[in-house]
Write a protein that binds this ligand. Structure first.
Ligand code: DC
Length: 224
């Protein structure tokens, strides 16, 4: 059975990671979280006190560090498991900052294209359908209102025992949306041939089911 590649784009906290994970499990595909790569770069810069919008200095850091992602979704920076640390608010904002830099995007996009050279990959990010996997057989654009996304993140944090404020989370999400949509380099944008799925009123199971159906249709198409 021939495999396909799937691109999932959309704003922060729209559920891209969860849906990509579920789909990868159901299809036996590999999920690559491209946002985690920008987060690892940001964390490395924060640790080395490098200003996050200084392209030359950030590029020096990228060349020095090793970024890896395992099939079970853990992220490693120079061999250290940083999966939890890269989710901290400071790193989230930092990832959005470094992702505005042209040289950084060029470097990470090259790595992502290389990793997903074969079929059977699900990549989630902001520019997957428009830049990284322009030829993906299925492109999904996942959205949800700011309020719904902030509430999901708020509940997730509480479940993990992380103290947080709903209003503050909503403010941070809006700020990142603005920066991701308005940046010059590969701004967050729905690819022309992407299927938009608004998840505001849908459960994770419903979204997974919908996207799985679309994937099965496309898989059947390439196997005709
Ligand atoms: O998906 P995420 O929230 O983990 O992404 C973190 C930041 O990285 C986000 O603010 C935008 C940026 N990003 C990007 O510009 N391109 C991608 N393919 C993935 C993430």
């Amino acid at each position: 059975m021939k495999k396909i590649n799937i691109a999932i784009d959309g704003p922060s906290a729209a559920g891209k990671g969860t849906i990509a994970d579920n789909l990868a499990e159901k299809l036996g595909y590999i999920h690559l979280d491209t946002g985690a790569m920008y987060r690892c770069v940001a964390l490395a810069c924060i640790r080395e006190n490098v200003p996050l919008k200084d392209e030359d200095k950030v590029m020096e850091v990228i060349k020095e560090v090793e970024i890896d992602q395992t099939a079970d979704g853990r992220s490693f920076l120079d061999g250290e498991d940083v999966s939890d640390e890269i989710r901290l608010p400071e790193v989230s904002k930092g990832a959005s900052d470094v992702s505005t830099l042209r040289a950084v995007r060029k470097d990470l996009v090259r790595r992502q294209k290389h990793m997903a050279k074969r079929k059977g990959f699900i990549l989630d990010g902001r520019d997957i359908g428009t830049v990284v996997l322009k030829n993906a057989e299925l492109k999904i654009y996942l959205t949800a209102s700011v309020e719904v996304r902030a509430m999901r993140r708020y509940k997730q944090n509480l479940e993990k025992g992380i103290e947080c404020d709903y209003e503050e989370i909503a403010r941070q999400i809006s700020e990142r949306d603005y920066q991701d949509i308005h940046r010059k380099e590969s701004p967050l944008m729905k690819a022309e041939d992407a299927v938009e799925v608004d998840t505001s009123d849908l459960s994770i199971e419903e979204v997974t089911g919908k996207v799985y159906e679309l994937a099965m249709e496309r898989i059947a198409g390439v196997n005709e």
